[in-house]
Ligand binder design. Structure first.
Ligand SMILES: Nc1nc2c(ncn2[C@@H]2O[C@H](COP(=O)(O)OP(=O)(O)OP(=O)(O)O)[C@@H](O)[C@H]2O)c(=O)[nH]1
Ligand SMILES: [Mg+2]
Length: 348
């Protein structure tokens, strides 16, 4: 029975060890929390499938929480190089991807980029992109994502176009067997990283995978720098807006104070105006009263003069009447005396 070697790769937490354990009956550690679980390249216990003795290679995912990508690359590369030096080639490579990921973000893309540079193009016929965790999404959503993954040029389309296959894993033994069943009969081929390290005697730093890592790190540094610049721009913009808002508040406050002062000054002017008006009215009233008193006094004086004039007229009339009476009396007396003298002459 010939030995078959198949590697399982993919981002951390995508279920690589679970898959390996399920089909091989191994007890490789499986992650529970958010931390990466597999930190070394581990092999499963061999198992039989379709008349072949199969050994699976469980790998740590890039973007491990404990190891750097360079350390992970070194681990996988040196393991694969050693295998190739012993003339052990891979009949298949599985790339595990969670269909439940609602978005294929930077981490998944970087992982897949590393995977591609490890494999190279010439071995893609031995590659199966396996989607798992189907129980975590509705069938329609899962199918839509699967279609997107298979047709998006930035995702799996380029490898599918070059001979890789895509398969669903239902987290059952039968499903795992069906997936591996497609690989066990493949012609074993060296991966690009194996050829580079073993046949071409390249140093790890000269390999495509290392170049990819550097490119990704540069992109990541650039992204971080851009993010930092953006953060600084946003902070500056926020500070500018805060300053403007503060200025606007100060201006509004100054305007409010000015309005208060103007209102107070206006109220004061009106108060003074009212007081002046009241004083003017008071003075007018006082003058009117004085005038009235003077008029009354004049009228009283005129009445008194009139009374005095009437008294004088009366007195004059009385004096005239008395004078008239005295003259009449004298005339009477004169007349009487003349008569007496006349009478006396007659008698004489
Ligand atoms: N629902 C569901 N959960 C799964 C499946 N496969 C794995 N899991 C769970 O996903 C978590 C991570 O699984 P692992 O097998 O440790 O993933 P890994 O890819 O080996 O992770 P690293 O070793 O950290 O790279 C565990 O809690 C598993 O129980 C699956 O097909 N369906
Ligand atoms: Mg693992």
């Amino acid at each position: 029975m010939s030995d078959v070697l198949i590697a399982v790769m993919g981002a951390t937490g995508t279920g690589k060890s679970t898959f390996v354990n399920l089909i091989s009956g191994s007890q490789l550690p499986v992650g529970e929390g958010l931390r990466s679980c597999t930190t070394e390249v581990r092999t499963s216990q061999p198992f039989e499938l379709l008349g072949r003795r199969v050994t699976l290679i469980d790998t740590p995912g890039f973007d491990d929480t404990l190891k750097t990508d360079t350390e992970i690359l070194k681990l996988i590369a040196s393991y694969l190089a050693n295998q190739y030096r012993e003339n052990k080639k891979l009949s298949g490579v599985i790339y595990m991807h969670r269909i439940s990921d609602f978005r294929v973000g930077g981490i998944s893309r970087r992982n897949f980029g590393m995977f591609r540079s490890l494999c190279g193009d010439s071995t893609l016929a031995n590659v199966v992109v396996v989607t798992n965790m189907w129980s975590e999404v509705s069938a329609e959503k899962g199918a839509a994502r699967e279609h997107e993954l298979a047709t998006d040029g930035a995702l799996f389309k380029p490898v599918l176009d070059k001979g890789a296959a895509m398969a669903r894993h239902a987290n059952t033994l039968a499903s795992a067997q069906a997936i591996l069943g497609r690989l066990v009969a493949n012609v074993p081929l060296p991966l690009q990283i194996q050829r580079e390290l073993v046949e071409e005697h390249k140093a790890l730093e000269q390999t495509a995978a290392s170049e990819e890592l550097k490119t990704q790190e540069m992109r990541e540094a650039q992204r971080r720098q851009e993010a930092e610049l953006q953060r600084q721009r946003e902070a500056a913009e926020a500070a500018r807006r805060a300053q403007e808002a503060q200025k606007a508040r100060e201006l509004a406050e100054a305007q409010r104070q000015r309005a208060i002062q103007e209102a107070q000054a206006q109220a004061e002017r009106e108060r003074v105006q009212r007081e002046l008006e009241a004083a003017r009215r008071q003075e007018e009233e006082r003058l009117r009263q004085v005038q009235l008193a003077l008029q009354q006094e004049a009228a009283a004086r005129a009445a008194e003069e009139e009374r005095l004039r009437q008294v004088r007229e009366q007195q004059a009339r009385e004096a005239q009447a008395q004078e008239e009476a005295r003259r009449q009396h004298q005339a009477e007396m004169e007349r009487i005396r003349r008569r007496r003298r006349h009478d006396d002459c007659i008698i004489c």
